[in-house]
Ligand binder design. Structure first.
Ligand code: FES
Length: 112
């Protein structure tokens, strides 16, 4: 059975990223990358690796802990632990350690 497509139907594209106007530079395991501002770190990782992050074992709501990273903000003396699904990206931040799940998902993007 087929359904006719209405000519006035709107096609909705679902964009996973929050609206952004520019990319910001951050470091992920010493590699400088550009990611969309105003997005969570996990979304930024998805921006870097759209083929793997959506298939990782991430809950996206602070339950699973698979998205843990250690990161140093521009004003920090030392890295602090954070959940990448919760923390909004900050220009100049340095991610020094990532969880095994993130390592697996980001390996192709970080090897480029
Ligand atoms: S994705 Fe599950 S806690 Fe962040």
């Amino acid at each position: 059975m087929t359904f006719p497509i209405r000519e006035d139907a709107e096609i909705q594209v679902t964009e996973p990223f929050r609206p952004y106007e520019r990319l910001v530079k951050i470091k992920v395991l010493k590699k400088t990358v550009e990611v969309p501002e105003k997005n969570s770190l996990l979304r930024c990782f998805q921006f870097l690796s759209p083929e793997t992050i959506p298939y990782g074992r991430f809950c996206w709501n602070q339950d699973c802990q698979y998205c843990r990273v250690m990161a140093k903000l521009p004003d920090d003396d030392k890295p602090r632990e954070m959940l990448s699904c919760k923390f909004m990206v900050m220009p100049g931040m340095e991610i020094t350690e990532i969880s095994p799940e993130l390592k697996l998902c980001l390996r192709p993007a970080l090897q480029k």
